[in-house]
Design a protein around this ligand. Structure first.
Ligand code: PLP
Length: 356
């Protein structure tokens, strides 16, 4: 049976990426060696990482003055590394979910942190729109897509202090005006590659302003200078990212994928609204994520949650259970998820409605 992969992360990758990494595991770039065993300093891998960075710059139209590099440690390590490198006195955070809360908590280790707004009182089911960012903040931190709760800030904010964004789960899903941001980071395992690599896009002129001493491994400037090779980078995950970005470029880039993402999410949100058994957890359509679509059983059908989960599984629909902190369902519709998988889920929802 065809499997439909709705997992939130690690998550579906393009078939192209799977096929190319299988080839690379057998023989990487004609080297006669596997990507799993070749030196990160081999000319073949240096070409691979340089091409991956070039694809980042091309697909996101990253302007001059920005550096792109790769690290380990996941987005979670960036929660600490961002304030360590940027927070001298005060930072502002928008609290839109569990990841944002974790980022905020880490920042408090390094200085004063202002939570400008939070949607916690409504279980993070909306993105706060009105708040004041202190003009003397070293930066303002946002999470553009809240993977667990299913909200997304789909437009680039215009703020007067340096803007820092965790884009772990919506990077490359739409065009982004990188010039509006001073730093963008994310784990790769949602929309780009297998787990193991973290990307950082940084405007170089915001670095070097904090007075604390920084351990080499946690200093962005050291990794920029080392061209992502200050220590051994996650070679395999970077190679896989190169494949995903090559696939995305062939498909027409971020504008083309955005169109597909809007279509896919639209089909599923429409069915959630139409089907009497289900309801969407995010009231305002403007805040609804195109990447993680969260829904629950309607009030009169609560007892059907487990039966629907089992029914979906019997149809090859995998990974739609909600996060362990929220329950309900979450269908992740990342770039690589084909429309036919969304159609399979919608068909299962319709069939389940008729049966009940
Ligand atoms: C998954 C996720 C994280 C955590 O990423 P790790 O790589 O596991 O540290 C952080 N932020 C967002 C928005 C995420 O989706």
């Amino acid at each position: 049976m065809k499997k439909h992969n709705f997992y939130a992360g690690p998550s579906i990758l393009p078939q192209y990426t799977i096929d190319k990494t299988i080839e690379g595991i057998k023989d990487f770039a004609g080297s006669g060696l596997s990507i799993l065993e070749i030196s990160h300093r081999s000319k073949e891998f240096v070409a691979c990482i340089n091409d991956t960075i070039a694809l980042f710059k091309e697909l996101l139209e990253i302007p001059a003055g920005y550096q792109v590099f790769f690290l380990g440690g996941g987005a979670s390590m960036q929660f600490a590394m961002v304030p360590m490198n940027l927070l001298e006195k005060k930072a502002a955070y928008l609290n839109t979910g569990e990841w944002a809360s974790k980022a905020l908590k880490e920042a408090k280790l390094f200085g004063e942190v202002i939570e400008v707004a939070s949607s916690k009182e409504k279980i993070f089911n909306y993105i706060p729109k009105t708040y004041t960012i202190p003009s003397d903040a070293d930066y303002f931190h946002i999470t553009t897509n809240n993977t667990i709760y299913g909200t997304e800030l789909k437009k680039d904010l215009e703020v007067k202090v340096p803007l820092v964004a965790d884009m772990s789960s919506d990077i490359f899903s739409r065009p982004v005006d990188v010039s509006k941001y001073s730093l963008i980071y994310g784990g790769a395992q949602k929309n780009l590659a297998p787990a193991g690599v973290t990307f950082v896009i940084v405007k170089e002129d915001i670095l070097g302003k904090v007075s604390r001493p920084l351990p080499s491994m946690l200093d962005y400037r050291v990794h920029i200078k080392g061209e992502s090779m200050f220590n051994t980078p996650p070679v395999f995950a970077i190679f896989a990212a190169q494949q995903t970005l090559t696939w995305l470029k062939q498909l027409g880039g971020v504008k083309a994928i955005q169109k597909k993402n809007i279509e896919k999410a639209g089909v599923l949100y429409d069915e959630i609204e139409r089907n009497k058994l289900f309801k969407c957890t995010i009231p305002d359509p403007e805040d609804r994520s195109l990447m993680n679509i969260c829904f629950v059983m309607s009030d009169n059908y609560k007892e059907l949650e487990k039966p629907f989960g089992d029914f979906a599984k019997s149809k090859g629909i995998l990974g739609i259970e909600g996060h362990r902190s929220t329950g309900g369902f979450r269908a992740s519709t990342y770039n690589a998820l084909p429309k036919e998988s969304v159609e399979a889920l919608v068909a299962a929802m319709k069939e389940f409605e008729i049966k009940n």
